[in-house]
Write a protein that binds this ligand. Sequence first.
Ligand code: MN
Length: 290
Amino acid sequence: MTTARNIEQVYGPPPPHWVGDGFPVRGYFSHIPKGMRRLSPFLLMDYARPYEFPPTENLRRGVGPHPHRGFETVTIAFQGSVAHHDSAGNGGVIHPGDVQWMTAGSGILHREYHAAEFARKGGTFQMAQIWVNLPARDKMTEPAYQAITADQMGAVDLPHGRVRVIAGEYRGVRGPAHTFSPLGMFDVDLRSGGKAEFDFPANWNAGLLVMNGHVMVNGRPAKADDFVLFGHEGESVSVEAGSDARMLLLSGKPIDEPVASYGPFVMNTPAEIEAAIRDFQAGKFGHLDE
Ligand code: MN
Protein backbone atom coordinates (compact mmCIF):
# COMPACT_ATOMS: atom_id res chain seq x y z
CA MET A 1 0.00 0.00 0.00
CA THR A 2 1.49 3.32 -1.03
CA THR A 3 0.34 6.81 -0.17
CA ALA A 4 0.59 9.99 -2.24
CA ARG A 5 3.91 11.80 -2.02
CA ASN A 6 3.55 15.28 -0.52
CA ILE A 7 4.55 18.36 -2.51
CA GLU A 8 6.93 20.73 -0.77
CA GLN A 9 6.62 23.57 -3.26
CA VAL A 10 5.77 24.44 -6.86
CA TYR A 11 8.37 26.87 -8.21
CA GLY A 12 7.78 29.16 -11.17
CA PRO A 13 10.60 29.68 -13.64
CA PRO A 14 13.71 31.46 -12.33
CA PRO A 15 15.12 34.29 -14.51
CA PRO A 16 17.13 33.12 -17.53
CA HIS A 17 20.88 33.42 -17.98
CA TRP A 18 23.16 32.50 -20.85
CA VAL A 19 25.65 29.67 -20.70
CA GLY A 20 28.13 30.76 -23.35
CA ASP A 21 26.27 32.22 -26.34
CA GLY A 22 24.32 29.04 -27.10
CA PHE A 23 22.29 28.06 -24.07
CA PRO A 24 19.60 30.45 -22.70
CA VAL A 25 18.88 28.45 -19.55
CA ARG A 26 17.00 28.77 -16.30
CA GLY A 27 18.77 27.25 -13.31
CA TYR A 28 15.99 25.48 -11.43
CA PHE A 29 18.19 24.11 -8.66
CA SER A 30 21.87 24.02 -7.79
CA HIS A 31 24.29 22.58 -5.23
CA ILE A 32 26.15 25.89 -5.17
CA PRO A 33 24.54 27.56 -2.15
CA LYS A 34 26.45 25.96 0.71
CA GLY A 35 26.87 22.50 -0.77
CA MET A 36 23.09 22.21 -1.00
CA ARG A 37 21.98 18.64 -1.64
CA ARG A 38 18.21 18.87 -1.44
CA LEU A 39 17.86 16.98 -4.73
CA SER A 40 20.89 14.70 -4.33
CA PRO A 41 22.09 12.79 -6.33
CA PHE A 42 21.12 15.61 -8.72
CA LEU A 43 23.34 18.65 -8.26
CA LEU A 44 21.99 21.12 -10.75
CA MET A 45 19.44 21.49 -13.52
CA ASP A 46 19.62 24.05 -16.30
CA TYR A 47 16.66 24.08 -18.66
CA ALA A 48 16.44 26.04 -21.91
CA ARG A 49 12.79 26.37 -22.87
CA PRO A 50 12.06 26.68 -26.61
CA TYR A 51 14.11 29.52 -28.08
CA GLU A 52 14.45 30.65 -31.72
CA PHE A 53 17.99 30.92 -33.06
CA PRO A 54 18.61 32.63 -36.41
CA PRO A 55 20.88 30.88 -38.93
CA THR A 56 24.58 31.60 -38.44
CA GLU A 57 27.95 30.71 -39.90
CA ASN A 58 29.36 30.80 -36.36
CA LEU A 59 29.91 27.11 -35.67
CA ARG A 60 31.12 27.77 -32.10
CA ARG A 61 27.78 28.80 -30.64
CA GLY A 62 27.90 27.41 -27.10
CA VAL A 63 30.72 26.87 -24.63
CA GLY A 64 34.37 26.24 -25.49
CA PRO A 65 36.74 23.84 -23.71
CA HIS A 66 36.28 23.73 -19.92
CA PRO A 67 36.99 21.12 -17.24
CA HIS A 68 34.84 18.95 -14.98
CA ARG A 69 35.71 16.53 -12.18
CA GLY A 70 33.73 14.44 -9.71
CA PHE A 71 30.28 14.12 -11.30
CA GLU A 72 28.35 13.54 -14.54
CA THR A 73 26.76 15.96 -16.99
CA VAL A 74 23.60 14.74 -18.69
CA THR A 75 22.38 16.69 -21.70
CA ILE A 76 18.94 16.03 -23.15
CA ALA A 77 18.04 17.52 -26.53
CA PHE A 78 14.33 18.18 -26.99
CA GLN A 79 14.58 20.43 -30.06
CA GLY A 80 17.72 21.33 -32.01
CA SER A 81 21.04 19.49 -31.94
CA VAL A 82 24.11 19.68 -29.72
CA ALA A 83 27.67 18.65 -30.57
CA HIS A 84 30.02 17.52 -27.84
CA HIS A 85 33.73 16.72 -27.83
CA ASP A 86 35.97 15.84 -24.91
CA SER A 87 39.64 15.34 -24.11
CA ALA A 88 39.17 11.57 -23.79
CA GLY A 89 38.45 11.52 -27.53
CA ASN A 90 34.72 10.97 -27.14
CA GLY A 91 32.05 13.05 -28.76
CA GLY A 92 29.16 13.23 -31.12
CA VAL A 93 25.99 15.03 -32.00
CA ILE A 94 22.69 14.56 -30.24
CA HIS A 95 19.41 15.26 -31.97
CA PRO A 96 15.89 15.69 -30.53
CA GLY A 97 15.16 12.81 -28.17
CA ASP A 98 18.83 11.87 -27.72
CA VAL A 99 20.84 12.09 -24.51
CA GLN A 100 24.55 12.46 -23.89
CA TRP A 101 25.60 11.18 -20.50
CA MET A 102 29.17 12.20 -19.74
CA THR A 103 30.96 10.87 -16.71
CA ALA A 104 33.64 13.44 -15.90
CA GLY A 105 35.02 11.24 -13.11
CA SER A 106 38.71 11.95 -12.48
CA GLY A 107 38.72 14.86 -14.91
CA ILE A 108 37.98 15.84 -18.45
CA LEU A 109 37.85 18.85 -20.74
CA HIS A 110 34.86 19.21 -23.03
CA ARG A 111 33.20 21.68 -25.33
CA GLU A 112 29.47 22.00 -26.04
CA TYR A 113 28.26 23.74 -29.19
CA HIS A 114 25.18 23.84 -31.34
CA ALA A 115 25.66 21.19 -34.01
CA ALA A 116 26.92 22.67 -37.29
CA GLU A 117 23.89 21.78 -39.39
CA PHE A 118 21.53 23.22 -36.75
CA ALA A 119 23.59 26.42 -36.43
CA ARG A 120 23.56 26.95 -40.22
CA LYS A 121 19.82 26.38 -40.55
CA GLY A 122 18.71 27.96 -37.28
CA GLY A 123 15.49 27.02 -35.59
CA THR A 124 13.93 26.17 -32.26
CA PHE A 125 16.26 25.01 -29.55
CA GLN A 126 15.17 23.30 -26.33
CA MET A 127 17.37 21.28 -24.02
CA ALA A 128 18.18 20.42 -20.43
CA GLN A 129 21.45 19.74 -18.68
CA ILE A 130 21.47 17.95 -15.36
CA TRP A 131 24.53 17.41 -13.18
CA VAL A 132 24.47 14.08 -11.39
CA ASN A 133 26.77 13.60 -8.42
CA LEU A 134 29.07 10.61 -8.08
CA PRO A 135 29.43 8.75 -4.78
CA ALA A 136 32.81 9.44 -3.13
CA ARG A 137 34.09 5.98 -4.12
CA ASP A 138 33.45 6.75 -7.82
CA LYS A 139 34.49 10.40 -8.07
CA MET A 140 37.86 9.50 -9.57
CA THR A 141 36.48 6.86 -11.94
CA GLU A 142 37.80 6.82 -15.51
CA PRO A 143 35.99 9.43 -17.67
CA ALA A 144 33.30 7.87 -19.83
CA TYR A 145 30.70 8.84 -22.39
CA GLN A 146 27.30 7.34 -23.14
CA ALA A 147 25.65 8.48 -26.35
CA ILE A 148 22.05 7.38 -26.01
CA THR A 149 19.87 7.84 -29.08
CA ALA A 150 16.10 8.23 -29.00
CA ASP A 151 15.56 4.74 -30.44
CA GLN A 152 17.58 3.15 -27.61
CA MET A 153 15.45 4.78 -24.92
CA GLY A 154 13.15 2.58 -22.86
CA ALA A 155 9.51 3.30 -23.73
CA VAL A 156 6.27 2.50 -21.92
CA ASP A 157 3.12 3.26 -23.86
CA LEU A 158 0.15 4.42 -21.81
CA PRO A 159 -3.50 4.73 -22.91
CA HIS A 160 -2.96 8.47 -23.51
CA GLY A 161 0.75 9.01 -23.60
CA ARG A 162 4.22 7.57 -23.31
CA VAL A 163 6.98 7.47 -20.73
CA ARG A 164 10.50 7.39 -22.12
CA VAL A 165 12.89 5.88 -19.62
CA ILE A 166 16.35 7.47 -19.78
CA ALA A 167 17.59 5.95 -16.51
CA GLY A 168 16.06 3.75 -13.86
CA GLU A 169 12.98 1.60 -14.30
CA TYR A 170 9.32 2.20 -15.07
CA ARG A 171 6.81 -0.66 -15.20
CA GLY A 172 9.53 -3.23 -15.80
CA VAL A 173 11.25 -1.24 -18.57
CA ARG A 174 14.82 -0.20 -17.79
CA GLY A 175 16.44 2.89 -19.22
CA PRO A 176 19.73 2.49 -21.11
CA ALA A 177 21.87 4.86 -19.00
CA HIS A 178 24.40 3.32 -16.66
CA THR A 179 24.35 5.16 -13.33
CA PHE A 180 26.59 4.99 -10.25
CA SER A 181 23.75 5.34 -7.74
CA PRO A 182 20.05 4.44 -7.94
CA LEU A 183 18.01 7.07 -9.79
CA GLY A 184 15.23 7.56 -12.30
CA MET A 185 15.04 10.00 -15.18
CA PHE A 186 11.81 9.95 -17.18
CA ASP A 187 10.60 11.99 -20.16
CA VAL A 188 6.82 11.95 -19.76
CA ASP A 189 4.51 12.81 -22.64
CA LEU A 190 0.76 12.87 -22.02
CA ARG A 191 -2.12 13.80 -24.24
CA SER A 192 -4.93 15.87 -22.77
CA GLY A 193 -6.74 13.71 -20.21
CA GLY A 194 -3.82 11.27 -19.95
CA LYS A 195 -2.54 10.02 -16.63
CA ALA A 196 0.70 8.47 -15.40
CA GLU A 197 1.61 7.08 -12.01
CA PHE A 198 5.03 6.57 -10.46
CA ASP A 199 6.34 5.15 -7.22
CA PHE A 200 9.62 5.99 -5.49
CA PRO A 201 10.80 5.14 -1.99
CA ALA A 202 9.72 7.96 0.34
CA ASN A 203 13.32 8.88 1.23
CA TRP A 204 14.32 9.41 -2.43
CA ASN A 205 14.52 13.01 -3.59
CA ALA A 206 12.22 13.83 -6.50
CA GLY A 207 11.22 16.74 -8.71
CA LEU A 208 9.14 17.30 -11.83
CA LEU A 209 9.76 19.92 -14.50
CA VAL A 210 6.70 20.76 -16.60
CA MET A 211 7.89 21.70 -20.09
CA ASN A 212 4.58 22.01 -21.92
CA GLY A 213 0.92 22.22 -21.04
CA HIS A 214 -0.73 22.11 -17.65
CA VAL A 215 -1.11 19.20 -15.27
CA MET A 216 -2.37 18.19 -11.85
CA VAL A 217 0.37 16.57 -9.77
CA ASN A 218 -0.96 14.75 -6.70
CA GLY A 219 -3.85 17.21 -6.74
CA ARG A 220 -1.76 20.38 -7.17
CA PRO A 221 -1.81 22.38 -10.42
CA ALA A 222 1.43 23.04 -12.31
CA LYS A 223 2.00 24.60 -15.72
CA ALA A 224 4.71 24.99 -18.34
CA ASP A 225 8.07 26.04 -16.85
CA ASP A 226 7.04 25.16 -13.28
CA PHE A 227 9.15 22.83 -11.15
CA VAL A 228 7.43 20.64 -8.58
CA LEU A 229 9.61 19.73 -5.59
CA PHE A 230 8.33 16.69 -3.71
CA GLY A 231 8.61 16.21 0.03
CA HIS A 232 9.47 12.92 1.71
CA GLU A 233 6.08 11.66 2.87
CA GLY A 234 4.48 8.96 0.75
CA GLU A 235 5.67 7.14 -2.34
CA SER A 236 3.26 7.61 -5.23
CA VAL A 237 3.19 10.42 -7.77
CA SER A 238 0.18 10.81 -10.01
CA VAL A 239 0.21 13.19 -12.98
CA GLU A 240 -2.96 14.08 -14.88
CA ALA A 241 -2.74 16.20 -18.00
CA GLY A 242 -5.28 19.00 -18.50
CA SER A 243 -3.83 19.60 -21.96
CA ASP A 244 -1.15 17.91 -24.04
CA ALA A 245 1.82 18.02 -21.66
CA ARG A 246 5.48 17.05 -21.52
CA MET A 247 7.48 16.71 -18.33
CA LEU A 248 10.86 15.63 -17.06
CA LEU A 249 10.72 13.62 -13.84
CA LEU A 250 13.80 13.08 -11.68
CA SER A 251 14.05 10.82 -8.65
CA GLY A 252 17.01 9.36 -6.83
CA LYS A 253 18.39 7.88 -3.67
CA PRO A 254 20.27 10.68 -1.86
CA ILE A 255 24.04 10.40 -1.72
CA ASP A 256 24.56 11.11 1.97
CA GLU A 257 28.04 12.65 1.69
CA PRO A 258 29.36 16.21 1.99
CA VAL A 259 29.53 18.35 -1.15
CA ALA A 260 32.48 20.69 -1.72
CA SER A 261 32.45 22.51 -5.03
CA TYR A 262 34.20 25.17 -7.03
CA GLY A 263 32.84 26.02 -10.48
CA PRO A 264 33.12 22.89 -12.60
CA PHE A 265 34.52 20.65 -9.85
CA VAL A 266 32.31 18.84 -7.33
CA MET A 267 34.08 16.81 -4.66
CA ASN A 268 33.58 15.94 -0.98
CA THR A 269 36.22 18.10 0.75
CA PRO A 270 37.94 21.47 0.21
CA ALA A 271 41.30 19.63 -0.04
CA GLU A 272 39.95 17.59 -2.98
CA ILE A 273 38.81 20.83 -4.66
CA GLU A 274 42.32 22.29 -4.25
CA ALA A 275 43.75 19.11 -5.77
CA ALA A 276 41.32 19.39 -8.71
CA ILE A 277 42.40 22.99 -9.38
CA ARG A 278 46.10 22.01 -9.15
CA ASP A 279 45.65 19.01 -11.46
CA PHE A 280 43.72 21.11 -13.97
CA GLN A 281 46.38 23.84 -13.94
CA ALA A 282 49.08 21.18 -14.36
CA GLY A 283 47.37 20.00 -17.55
CA LYS A 284 46.30 16.63 -16.16
CA PHE A 285 42.82 16.88 -17.69
CA GLY A 286 44.28 16.42 -21.18
CA HIS A 287 44.02 18.73 -24.16
CA LEU A 288 41.14 19.87 -26.32
CA ASP A 289 41.12 22.34 -29.22
CA GLU A 290 38.50 25.12 -29.43
MN1 MN B 1 30.34 21.37 -19.29
